[in-house]
Design a protein around this ligand. Structure first.
Ligand code: CA
Length: 218
């Protein structure tokens, strides 16, 4: 079994490599997000162990990109306990399992074996609300069967709202999940993009709940 370990902390990466090699795995290391993404695309791995906080590209972005390109290798994500992200984010973006640092090596090995037994995941289900549908594997959105062209941000916003269809989603949640926390975002960004999205999916599909947020109609 070939594994790819993407981890920028050199000591942890080397320790993982040695430990996993001792278990009989073939292990390649990558130290940055872009390098990990590139190897994962072309390397023919059976699974990937992926840190969240990486130079160049976060682990979330790496796995999101891989899934968008229809690479389904099993991904076990690693993250610091006090990180700004949580388990739900990791699984949301297409990872298969998630381990919080510091972790026990025995637990890591058990999770990894379980992942390898399950094999590559099936492609994610298409999200549907009324006549709207979004296929995360193809990054394709249709309305009444006709394709809807969305920008990357509009797509991310719609995907999040579809995953929460019928619920009221606050502006803060949308900012946290759809916008990059490390980049300064205009205070009215959510309103602006909700406006763009409404033009494309139909004004009545996305309800404003005054003082609370937005609700995508199911
Ligand atoms: Ca790291």
């Amino acid at each position: 079994m070939r594994l790819l370990v993407v981890e920028d902390e050199a000591r942890l990466a080397t320790a993982l490599q040695r430990g996993l090699q001792a278990e009989g795995f073939v292990v390649d290391l990558a130290g940055t997000g872009p390098e990990g993404l590139d190897l994962a695309r072309h390397g023919g791995y059976d699974a990937m162990i992926l840190d969240v906080m990486l130079p160049g590209l976060s682990g979330y972005r790496v796995v999101r990109q891989l899934r968008a390109e229809r690479h389904w290798l099993p991904v076990l994500m690693l993250s610091a306990k006090d990180g700004e992200y949580d388990q739900a984010d990791g699984l949301d973006c297409g990872a298969d399992d998630y381990l919080t640092k510091p972790f026990s090596y025995v637990v890591l090995l058990a999770r990894l074996r379980a992942l390898l037994r399950r094999g590559a995941p099936r492609r994610p289900a298409v999200l549907v609300a009324g006549d709207l549908s979004l296929d995360p594997a193809r990054r394709r959105v249709t309305r009444g069967g006709a394709e809807v062209e969305l920008t990357a941000r509009e797509y991310a916003l719609l995907e999040y709202l579809l995953r929460r269809a019928g619920e009221v989603v606050s502006k803060t949640e949308l900012l946290d999940h759809v916008w990059d926390a490390s980049v300064q975002t205009a205070p009215n960004a959510v309103e602006v993009y909700v406006g763009y999205l409404r033009r494309k999916i139909g004004r009545d599909r996305l309800e404003t709940i005054r003082g609370a947020g937005y609700r995508l109609m199911t």
